[in-house]
Design a protein around this ligand. Structure first.
Ligand SMILES: CC(=O)N[C@H]1[C@@H](OP(=O)(O)OP(=O)(O)OC[C@H]2O[C@@H](n3ccc(=O)[nH]c3=O)[C@H](O)[C@@H]2O)O[C@H](CO)[C@@H](O)[C@@H]1O
Ligand SMILES: C=C(OP(=O)(O)O)C(=O)O
Length: 430
């Protein structure tokens, strides 16, 4: 099992180039099979979740041609099987997008219940409610969702809660339904807009993405496209908080600053300087961070996927901060790990109460999920001494070349495979 070993204490300084948005890319790759023509997707992040989804797409018979680590061509004309194997699906959450894509195109799909990070119970009732409203029969059989329809027809769907996954899945199926669909209380995340733009570039007719009412006019056929995915606002935000926690100065390049506004606002509140450019943001942290409160919310609120990262910065801030998680019920699993590094974090219900300490000290910790894992790496970079982060397979789900990008900013971090390599690292860094 691979681990990260980190010698903390260096302010991170320099430039980092952000990759494509994982959570947009996963939906877009699934949607790419909805035409029989060849689709070219660019600016893909080189991360494990993408590799797993591409394997699943190949397994159902589509042709996948990797042009480079960030560019792929997909042709869905050879799909012979609408049932996806559990082997691929258990590893990722976004496998559920194959349901909307296959149901939209073939009116027939069989996809095992999804995996992904264990950050809450994560039901998908709203996805299924949407498919049923469009005329599909949906059953759970032997651990898989089986959805079939004679014909999918447009419908007026009210989501009970703001769900990124349900909004995108319904949007995909409705793109090839007969008639008009309206999704009310839709998610407004940038990746919802990106998927709508992608589908529209294939000939779909979707209006209103980015607002809470999305209108979709079904079309008979979708066609080929060439599409470049938006930058990953969560990867960008993670580096922004790495600058804050290590008292660094990082130019985060290839971003859409508008997508980062909630993160930027919090960084300014806690005492960082943030300078915005057309496609970059610079974060400078020169003094002790200040306390704040933060509550996760659907976009444009503060993202739940950035919650552990701000908590690490606040664990080093002056005063008491409260971090409230309102989307997922199990997203504080990093708290005990962070406490092992000297942080003062108490979890009460859906809030973490953080009393800032003067310093963190390196320890052996374990990544409980993707974003919490990245946050523990930031903690290690800010801490005095050596930190070992176990279970980095979670981090590899969503951060491309994480250790290389951090090393370019002056971090002392290495990916190691065993104790011998940890000892070697310790000898080298002294
Ligand atoms: C692959 C992907 O893109 N994952 C992201 C996606 O997850 P995901 O699409 O799973 O998250 P949702 O936006 O759907 O979930 C929001 C809330 O709604 C609840 N809910 C959702 C659907 C449903 O049918 N029933 C239901 O009760 C969830 O349990 C959660 O409490 O959006 C989350 C919220 O921004 C992010 O943290 C994840 O990184
Ligand atoms: C929770 C995440 O991913 P997933 O929904 O795929 O588990 C994430 O990207 O932070």
């Amino acid at each position: 099992m691979e681990q990260y070993v980190i010698k903390g204490g260096n302010p991170l300084v320099g430039e980092v180039e952000i990759g494509g948005a994982k959570n947009a890319a996963l939906a877009i790759l699934a949607a790419a099979i909805m035409t029989d023509e060849t689709v070219c997707v660019e600016n893909l992040p080189d991360v494990r979740d993408i590799h797993v989804l591409l394997e699943a797409i190949e397994q159902i018979g589509a042709r996948v041609e990797k042009i480079s680590p960030s560019v792929v061509k997909i042709n869905g004309s050879t799909i012979g099987d609408v049932s996806v194997e559990y082997e691929f699906i258990k590893k990722i959450r976004a496998s559920y997008y194959l349901l909307g894509a296959l149901l939209g195109k073939y009116k027939n799909a069989e996809v095992p219940l999804p995996g992904g990070c264990n950050i809450g119970s994560r039901p998908i009732d709203q996805h299924l409610k949407g498919f049923r409203a469009m005329g599909a029969s949906v059953d759970i059989m032997h651990g898989a969702i089986v959805a079939r329809a004679e014909e999918l027809h447009g419908s007026h769907i009210f989501l009970d809660m703001v769900s990124v996954g349900a909004t995108i899945n319904i949007m995909m199926a409705a793109s090839m339904a007969v008639g008009n669909t309206i999704i009310e209380n839709a998610a407004r995340e940038p990746h919802v807009v990106d998927v709508a733009n992608f589908l529209n570039s294939m000939g779909a007719n979707i209006k209103g993405a980015g607002t809470d009412v999305i209108r979709i006019k079904g079309v008979d056929k979708l066609h080929s496209t060439n599409y470049s995915i938006i930058p990953d606002q969560i990867e960008a935000g993670t580096f922004m908080f790495a600058a804050a926690a290590t008292k660094g100065d990082i130019m985060v390049k290839n971003v859409i600053p508008k997508h980062l506004e909630a993160t930027t606002a919090k960084l300014v509140e806690i005492g960082c300087e943030v300078e915005e450019f057309d496609d970059a943001v610079r974060v400078v942290a020169s003094k002790r961070l200040r306390r704040t409160h933060v509550k996760t919310l659907p976009y444009p609120g503060y993202p739940t996927d950035m919650q552990p990262q701000i908590a690490v910065a606040l664990s080093l801030a002056e005063g008491t901060s409260i971090v409230t998680e309102s989307i997922f019920e199990n997203r504080f699993k990093y708290a005990d790990e962070l406490s092992r590094m000297g942080a003062d974090v108490k979890v009460e219900g859906n809030s973490a109460i953080i009393d800032g300490v003067n310093k963190l000290t390196g320890a052996r910790v374990s990544a409980p999920d993707l974003r919490a894992g990245a946050a523990l790496v930031i903690a290690g970079l800010a801490a005095e001494g050596i930190t070992i982060v176990d279970d980095i397979v979670y981090i590899q789900r969503g951060y491309e070349h994480f250790e290389e990008k951090l090393r370019n900013l002056g971090a002392e971090i290495e990916k190691v495979a065993d104790e011998k390599e940890i000892q070697k690292f310790k000898l080298r860094v002294g």
